[in-house]
Write a protein that binds this ligand. Structure first.
Ligand code: RM4
Ligand code: MN
Length: 388
């Protein structure tokens, strides 16, 4: 038996961070599709994110990507966000869109390029000081395409040097989150290809460093929940970049391709205590909405995370532990599947009603007229997109 009020309380407390870049135009390397009403400025991206929070109640912060969200006054941007009813969250550094970075950023063989990349990371911490952000997210496109192209060990040393410098600059309440990716854009070696490398580098960097699991950054068939369990156990699960994939880094809506995998991940989070605020696990979306409307796409994504979380919270932990201890293979599996197969939509509708929200966020957003308003208002200017 699970305690319904504890489940409801946990669902009300859940926090999911939205990526500013999900609201801009996006596409593939073949075509970026322009959508109507797309934000032209970081301020407009934040306003759109605030709509997602207005209708879900659990998405009160927006992650920025620098330089895509560069502004002159970050304290003013934070005030703008507060005025919209949200806060600025994680600062994502970007050292992958400059010609200088062709052979890497912090792992580049050229010390001048390494210095330039490090300066950007340190500048991102200045931004965090102004926005009040807790986390700096580090994803490096660094790697090599050909065997022998560069020295694998030397590149790890250069990475460690940069991460140590970033760690030394962090304030007492700030953290650095290191994200790994198996391949792309480098095709022979990535310098942070997997959670093991990220973990080793985080441990070497210091206690404020933790690993980010982007669910799209693994080989097909990888058991992501095992990674989550291991990182939680080691106290180094910094957070998630949620999205889903059929093949590689597809960046589709979380929970769309494989809701069962998302449930298994959330089951490990719940089992490992990862929902508790003390652990500080950041639940972030990292997605693009290339062909679907962006604001409802984000609302749907938040709801998908909520549904997986609700199912994970419904796992009868006592019955599971008893079945496991007794070697009852089928019984233990049945406890998990009972939770997964529960329709949690009525429960979440109740949770929303108790929070003073419409039980159906997608329908409520559609009725709000916000989309027609931004289509009418956002005429002229340059629509935001990757690199904008
Ligand atoms: C990377 C990585 C980062 C994201 C960029 C846009 O693949 O997932 O988290 O900031 O893409
Ligand atoms: Mn990511």
């Amino acid at each position: 038996m699970t305690d319904r009020s504890a489940v409801v309380a946990a669902l009300k407390d859940q926090r999911i961070e939205l990526p500013s870049w999900a609201f801009g135009n996006s596409g593939t390397r073949f075509k970026v599709f322009a959508q109507r009403g797309v934000p032209r400025t970081p301020q407009e991206k934040i306003a759109d994110a605030a709509e997602v929070h207005r209708f879900t109640g659990v998405a009160p912060s927006v992650a920025l990507h620098i330089p895509w969200d560069r502004v002159d006054d970050y304290a003013a941007l934070a005030a703008h966000a507060a005025g919209c009813g949200v806060a600025l969250g994680t600062i994502n550094s970007n050292v992958f869109q400059d010609d200088d970075y062709m052979l890497g950023s912090v792992c580049n063989p050229d010390p001048r390029v390494r210095r330039k990349a490090l300066d950007h990371l340190l500048a991102c911490i200045d931004i965090m000081d102004a926005t009040g952000s807790r986390d700096l997210k580090l994803w490096f496109s660094d790697g090599t395409n050909y065997p022998g192209q560069d020295d694998i060990r030397a590149r790890q040393d250069r990475l460690a040097e940069a991460l140590a410098a970033v760690h030394a600059r962090l304030g007492p309440d700030q953290r650095m989150l290191l994200e790994y990716k198996l391949f792309e854009p480098a095709f022979y070696t990535m310098d942070v290809p997997d959670w093991g490398t990220a973990y080793l580098q985080c441990v070497a960097a210091g206690p404020k460093a933790a690993v980010v699991v982007d669910t799209g950054h693994h080989a097909p068939g990888t058991n992501i929940e095992f990674i989550v369990a291991s990182l939680l156990r080691a106290g180094r699960l910094g957070g998630f970049d949620f999205n889903s994939r059929f093949y590689a880094d597809d960046d589709l809506m979380v929970g769309s391709a494989d809701p069962f995998q998302l449930f298994r991940i959330m089951a490990e989070v719940v089992g490992g205590g990862g929902l508790s605020a003390d652990l500080g696990v950041a639940f972030m979306l990292d997605q693009c909405h290339n062909i679907e409307p962006k604001i409802p796409g984000q609302i749907r994504s938040v709801m998908n995370v909520q549904e997986a979380t609700a199912k994970a919270l419904l796992i009868d932990q006592a019955a599971l532990a008893a079945a496991q201890a007794g070697g009852d293979v089928l019984g233990a599996n049945a406890v998990l599947m009972d939770a997964y197969n529960t329709d949690v939509r009525p429960l979440l509708a109740d949770v929303r009603a108790e929070m003073g929200l419409d039980p159906d966020p997608i329908a409520a957003y559609a009725r709000s007229g916000y989309f027609d308003r931004i289509v009418a208002e956002r005429v002229g200017g340059q629509a935001a997109g990757w690199g904008a």
